[in-house]
Design a protein around this ligand. Structure first.
Ligand code: PLA
Length: 456
């Protein structure tokens, strides 16, 4: 065996030397030639190989993303009155992106600290960040945390946390079916499918009442196979803005636990819905309090305004600490070949704020101000439509929760509003309330009025 290996080694070394020699002789002859390509054999990947088709020529043009593509269309519109209500990104009353004061402060502290370095983080991320993130979502007094039953890893914002969590499940969990609400965030089915899970839908929204289809939800989860994964929006359901009440959450919990369904919470808006971090985590805490297992994907994009820093966390609550240790070891196997380890800056900002009680307090005030401004936009838009006598019941605008209003406008009306009023939103009629201001509301109300009265 040893000998065979050695012979193989020498033969392949010999082959490499011969290849190198032939390259060198090719090179010297091309140097002497006027036409450097004339002595090279034509290669379809060579730029100089004129006349050949690209090796990628059969690739089809992909459609734009249904949410981020709205920004692409918006950016192309030269109109000075254009408004982007597509992507859920907070804007100030002046229509400007907002960096929280407390985030600026944390960044100053980090910059001024000479002991900070740019070494790689561990595969699982910044330990402080992970511990503090688990406390933020499960509550400081959570029994699961005290009993070391939670495995938390820092991931690339909410999307990355969902991606890592679902690939972990596809590799390690016996049931591959994940039930997601109908409708849901457009990226959910893509993330779960690419991770190796099989996506099915449960009824969630009733267009007739513009509220929760609670009966349909319970029926669909009742008929899900034992052990199936269920994606739940922790609060501020996207795109509908419709959340179950606490009593309904309790019924969902009982049903899911009785069928052994595995909850996977997507918490992209904690604190952004009600303005209270604790109130917005109640659904998750209800499930953790019963001692059962679940997953939770957290994002700091919206509640700390850290969109582009890509900072989030995935927590898996387990039945015992030894299971949590093994779960974490498997999460590392998912992360290492995906992006090796997460970025340090955003997580350091979050950890700085969460561990300093003064800064934490300041954050909650800024967060509440963002949530309140969104709620006031709801009221102003509702009043503006009422004032115009726009046909239909618009009370869902003030009833819905979180960043978005699911207006009920159809795709023709959406197209009309972009073309005639330069107002951009997703084709399903979802508008980002956080992108509105007192200045743009009259323009939006005029557009909705024209769309509703002119286009069926
Ligand atoms: N989960 C839900 C329910 C979301 O709405 C979003 C973001 C994410 C996860 C992921 O956010 P993150 O990766 O940036 O943390 N949804 C946005 C943006 C705000 C987007 O589509 O990427 C939206 O406009 O729907």
């Amino acid at each position: 065996m040893e000998n065979a290996n050695m012979i193989h080694h020498f033969l392949s070394a010999d082959r490499r030397i011969r290849t190198l020699a032939s390259h060198l002789s090719d090179h010297s002859s091309t140097m002497a030639s006027d036409n450097p390509t004339s002595t090279l054999s034509p290669s379809p990947t060579a730029g100089s190989y004129v006349g050949s088709a690209s090796v990628f020529s059969a690739i089809a043009q992909a459609p734009e993303d249904s949410i981020l593509g709205v920004t692409v269309a918006f950016n192309k519109d030269p109109s000075p009155v254009k408004v982007n209500l597509g992507v859920g990104a907070y804007r100030t009353e002046e229509g400007k992106p907002l960096v929280l004061n407390v985030v600026r402060k944390a960044e100053q502290l980090l910059v001024n600290d000479p002991s900070r370095v740019k070494e790689y983080l561990p595969i699982t991320g910044l330990a402080d960040f992970n511990n503090l993130s688990a406390r933020l979502i499960f509550g400081a007094g959570s029994l699961a945390i005290q009993e070391n039953r939670v495995a938390t890893v820092q991931c690339l914002s909410g999307t990355g946390s969902l991606r890592v969590g679902s690939e972990f499940l596809a590799r390690n969990y016996h049931e591959k079916v994940i039930y997601i609400p109908q409708p849901t965030w457009g990226n959910h089915p893509k993330v779960f499918t690419i991770s190796g899970l099989v996506v099915k839908y449960y009824r969630y929204y009733d267009p007739g009442t513009r509220g929760l289809n609670f009966h349909g939800l319970l029926e669909d989860l009742s008929s899900a196979p034992q052990g199936a994964i269920v994606l739940l929006h922790a609060c501020a359901h996207n795109p509908t803005g419709v959340d179950p009440t606490l009593e309904q959450w309790e019924q969902i919990r009982q049903l899911m636990r009785s069928k052994g369904l595995l909850p996977f919470f997507d918490s992209a808006y904690q604190g952004f819905a009600s303005g209270s971090l604790d109130a917005d985590a109640q659904s998750v805490r209800l499930f953790v309090a019963d001692g059962g297992e679940c997953l939770a994907a957290q994002s700091y994009a919206k509640n700390m305004g850290l969109y582009g820093e890509r900072v989030g966390a995935l927590s898996i609550v387990c039945k015992s600490s030894d299971v949590a240790v093994r779960v974490e070891s498997q999460l590392k196997l998912v992360i290492r070949p995906m992006y090796s380890n997460p970025p340090i800056h955003g997580a350091s900002i979050v950890a700085t704020i969460l561990k300093n009680s003064e800064m934490y307090h300041e954050w909650t005030i800024e967060l509440k101000a963002m949530a309140d401004r969104i709620i006031s936009m709801r009221k102003q838009l509702f009043d503006a439509l009422l004032q115009r006598g726009t046909p239909g019941d618009w009370s869902h605008i003030i009833k819905q929760i979180g960043m978005f209003t699911f207006t009920g406008l159809n795709s023709d009306q959406v197209t009309f509003m972009a073309k005639e009023f330069h107002i951009y939103m997703t084709a399903d009629g979802r508008i980002s309330m956080a992108g509105l201001s007192s200045r743009t509301i009259p323009h939006l109300a005029d557009a909705i009025h024209a769309a509703v009265t002119g286009i069926n």
